[in-house]
Design a protein around this ligand. Structure first.
Ligand SMILES: Cc1cc2nc3c(=O)[nH]c(=O)nc-3n(C[C@H](O)[C@H](O)[C@H](O)COP(=O)(O)OP(=O)(O)OC[C@H]3O[C@@H](n4cnc5c(N)ncnc54)[C@H](O)[C@@H]3O)c2cc1C
Length: 397
């Protein structure tokens, strides 16, 4: 009998498998319907021997020392600061918008102080900021909104920014200095030998068994287990009882070209003319030396694998109904981006999984105490009765 059946071998499932096996000495079965571990962070060497990310570029960054040190047990790190350019008006300019972006785009020679005033002069007054459009036009005005955000957001989400929650564009900062790093987190690094190698080390423990190419529906009734950790889509778990939670999907077109370098930075965004949103050149992320170079083009799609929860109020309401069901389901713990219907970065999912592990350990301590002499006051025990996850939140990007 397994102590835990873990559905999904991405960050959420693998961190919990590792902690439960190594720290709590539990017997764990991890299953995934895909033919590999590492979930969306899966990377592999392609036919030309170049390390690529199958599901689009994954860049690790965090402000959490705990998360960084935890993962550091399973990998060495390669320092990497991510840089992005946007292709606008026939030029490639820094994104997020900074001092150089504006000077290059408009042929100006502004200083940081002058740029503040410049933004103020072009910004539109918006009384209550509700939508993604409001966020941008109130900061940088309509012209930059049109050049950098409007079509990009339309492509990415299949909706006009005026229909989308403000959270979508408020993640993208605007800078008046020349800092062209995409992220400003304290820890910015990539696993030296790739994400999949890191996951292999994490899951390498005699208490952990792994089954790939397996949907949990196929084995649920045949393999005995005490508790389940579910990191798949929460609506699927409940047979879409209240309807489907909407997701935006992507199609990835991978390509290898016969030149050493293709573009000046890891990612170039295409806000306007192209059907794809961005092009990534993997060698920047991995530091690999090779005479060829591999790229991925991202085409947003309405149908396909669930990647981005669509941030609209009605979807949050629908999710809340599933969340309630999840909270009422004994011995099943819902964790990760699909099970909690939220776009989380990798570090946030690791933090969420570590928090759940702590809660499970505390809960079993309470159970042990309850078997013998109950050392804890009733109120403390009551706090451990629910089985749903509390989210450990960390810096957003
Ligand atoms: C295009 C893209 C780019 C991203 N870039 C970054 C980035 O640069 N930096 C960053 O920090 N984060 C990034 N992320 C977010 C990152 O992918 C997630 O934070 C991370 O993958 C979440 O891990 P998870 O375990 O919750 O989910 P997943 O990695 O999706 O793992 C869930 C697993 O469950 C499995 N599963 C689902 N249903 C079933 C079932 N019925 N039976 C069995 N198995 C099942 C799936 O196959 C999957 O492997 C990006 C996401 C996307 C989509």
């Amino acid at each position: 009998m397994f102590d835990y059946l873990i559905v999904g071998a991405g960050f959420a499932g693998s961190v919990l498998a590792e902690r439960l096996a190594r720290v709590s000495n539990k017997k764990v079965l991890v299953i995934d319907k895909r033919p590999h571990i590492a979930g969306n962070a899966f990377d592999h060497y392609n036919e030309d021997g170049i390390l690529v990310h199958k599901y689009g570029p994954h860049i690790f960054h965090t402000n959490s020392k705990d998360v960084f040190e935890y993962l550091g047990q399973f990998t060495e790190w390669r320092p990497y600061e991510h840089r992005v350019l946007a292709s606008v008006d026939g030029q490639q300019v820094p994104m997020p918008i900074n001092l150089d972006t504006i000077n290059k785009l408009y042929g100006l020679n502004l200083t940081s102080f002058e740029l503040d005033a410049w933004f103020e002069s072009v910004a539109e007054k918006v009384d209550v900021i509700k939508t993604s459009e409001d966020v941008v036009v109130s900061k940088v005005g309509r012209e930059l909104y049109d050049k950098f955000f409007k079509n990009y957001t339309r492509k990415q989400w299949g909706m006009d920014p005026s229909e989308l929650d403000k959270s979508v564009t408020s993640r993208v900062p605007t800078r008046t200095n020349r800092d062209d790093r995409y992220f400003t987190d304290t820890y910015q690094a990539m696993p030296l030998h790739g994400f999949t190698k890191m996951f292999e080390k994490m899951l390498d423990h005699p208490n952990i068994k792994i089954m790939l190419n397996t949907d949990y529906h196929e084995i649920m009734d045949f393999i005995p287990f005490k508790e389940m950790i579910f990191t798949g889509p929460v609506d699927e778990y409940f047979d879409f009882k209240y309807g489907k939670l909407p997701y935006r999907s992507l199609e990835f077109k991978h390509e290898t070209v016969h030149k050493e370098v293709f573009q000046p930075v890891a990612v170039v965004n295409y806000p306007n003319e192209q059907l794809y949103t961005r092009v990534t050149e993997f060698k920047y992320l991995t530091g690999q030396q090779h005479t060829k170079t591999s790229l991925v083009y991202e085409f947003p799609r309405a149908e396909g694998d669930p990647y981005y929860p669509v941030p609209k109020a009605e979807n949050a309401e629908l999710y809340n109904k599933y969340k309630k069901l999840a909270e009422e389901t004994p011995n099943v713990h819902f964790v990760g981006r699909l099970a909690t219907y939220k776009y989380y970065n990798m570090d946030q999912v690791v933090a969420q999984a570590l928090t759940l592990h702590k809660k499970l350990t505390d809960k079993s301590k309470v159970a042990v105490a309850a078997d013998g002499v109950d050392l804890l006051p009733k109120a403390v025990r009551a706090a451990f009765n629910g089985s749903s996850t509390k989210i450990g939140t960390h810096g957003k990007n």
